[in-house]
Design a protein. Sequence first.
Length: 217
Amino acid sequence: MKIFRYFTVVLILVGTLGTASYLWSQNDREAAPVAPPSTQDTATLAGGCFWCIEAAFKELPGVVSVTSGYAGGDKPNPKYEEVASGNSGYVETVRIVFDNKRISFDDLLEVYWRQINPTDAGGQFVDRGPQYQAIIYYHDASQRSVAEKSKAALEKSGRFQQAILTPIQPYKNFYPAEDYHQSYFRKNPLRYKMYHQNSGRDSFFKKIWGELKKFGS
């Protein structure tokens, strides 16, 4: 009888502890904080030499990261030499990850138009060929709508005498470029400055937009 009671007590204690442990784990799970929804979005923009486009967006408030790469083609993992040939179907592009609570896709496009010649469909400045086209790649219907309205507003502004030719296309494949292309403006500041000035970008921007202010100023 004593042995029976002993085992009975043990079983009761084990059951009680098990129940308590289960209730504790349930309460703990219910009390765990719920992760807030992500506020990060992605924009994919082509505007000629990706060194220049990356530099324009890299330090904007609300931009999380900017990656130079290749978009629009079909072959996996294209190499720079393949893209530079103009026959790969890929275009030099930047992928921008941004916090949409701090900067909007429309804001990014406002900066983008000031980095390209939207009337040139054959390349950008000294960089010629389809691999240097200016293209807005949209990721969803919302981005497409914003891009179309932004383009229409630029056309209506009359800032350019010629038609705005920059196409708005659905996003298709993006592969990061080789490491030596990433943040080129920081790794090779003198070469980058010389290239930017000699490319014709600086004189074009000053003629069309005047003295540019930084975004948000």
